[in-house]
Design a protein around this ligand. Sequence first.
Ligand code: MTE
Ligand code: MO
Length: 434
Amino acid sequence: MPQSSPTPDSESAYDRRRLRQWLAGDARADGVARRDMLRLLAAAGLTTAVSTAFGAPAAAATAANATSVSPSATVPGIVKPLPDEWFTARGTNAETRFASLAGTGYHTPNDHFFVRNHTSTPVLDAKAWSLTLWGDGLAREPVEFTLADLKRLPATTRTAFVECAGNGRSFFTTQQGQPVSGTAWTLGAIGTARWKGVRLAEVLRRAGLTDRAVDVLPRGLDAEYVTADGTNLGHVRRPLPLSKALDDVLLAYEMNGEPLPVDHGHPVRVLVPSWVGIASIKWVGDIEVSAQPLYSPWNTDFYRLFGAAYPEGGSVPLTRQTLKSAFELAWNASLPAGTDHRLTGRSWSGAGGVRRVDVSTDGGTNWRRARLYDAPSRAGWVRWSTDWRPKTPGTYTLLARATDTTGRTQPETTVLNTQGYLFDAVVRHPVQVS
Ligand SMILES: Nc1nc2c(c(=O)[nH]1)N[C@H]1C(S)=C(S)[C@@H](COP(=O)(O)O)O[C@H]1N2
Ligand SMILES: [Mo]
């Protein structure tokens, strides 16, 4: 198993068991034939080509209330302003510029937080919204919860990142010369927030969870996702094993002390700490609780690793995020020679917190240890800095390399997978010194 797949044995055993059940006809593929999925994947080129076919976007982005920022990038279907200083538009998605996180503190401000939409942001009425739990893993069903019902249950607050599994994908191509399909993110498809909500375990218990249940399948209320070739994959949904659902998953209704913003799932999203972003379903409307393993496009033909280094049907479904580092600095930033610069950045790992970061300012010949400002946290990141005084003008390549509490260090290259997930290699960041 290549390094970039941190899936432990218990999870692969679990997946093999589900797959056997599926093959034996004991599990539902939720209406999706696998050969259709494979064809789709080949045809779709994935997310970028698939923007406008879903009806009217929720609202045009406007920068009306932004004070000192230039016009917004336009992304159909995203409601919040997307000032150029903070975001790069990528299809139906908006990537956070890491340089704009300098000085923003540990938690990513809601207005800086990246947005990844398969279709477009639906504007839902929190008063009219309710969540339905149903399925043969419950004793009596269906069971409904309004937002007021959820808020009456014990509240839990957790700090966790949401990161797209494809974050860093563009570096497969620009650093390793390997074409991959999907949104060409650099490193800004991540944000860390304080999420307040109710534990999914609590809601499942109150809904009458039985010991027959094995999977839960949260589903979004945003429009059905139609691929470039016109195949309707239905609402965005991805099964979650009960073991994770009962562990640290939240139904979140607040983000950094504010009601969940519309683009991030208002009124309620699923929040699955340290796992790939697709697990954290926004605008959740219902959750199936199943006594059989469930499949959807998002745990079969997407969000597994495919390619020469992986089994023919792909790896097990992706779970935890991998290890990455980013400088809070523009690409090709210009810095004056002969003066002191404080280089800052952030590193994170879904497998264990980051406990060490090394930085090179000469393309990887010499390394020094960065100063860390935060304790390792499995679902969060650590901020770091190092001081640098470049003597002579020229192009320099900066590198940051993290090591997590499990002992893993970012490698020089990531083993290729065709959809470009879980890039974890050290990124070579150019700057111009003049
Ligand atoms: N309903 C719904 N949930 C969703 C998505 C979506 O398009 N629809 N995108 C997923 C993906 S791929 C990611 S990376 C995260 C992004 O969360 P954010 O937009 O709040 O940053 O939401 C996930 N949840
Ligand atoms: Mo994602």
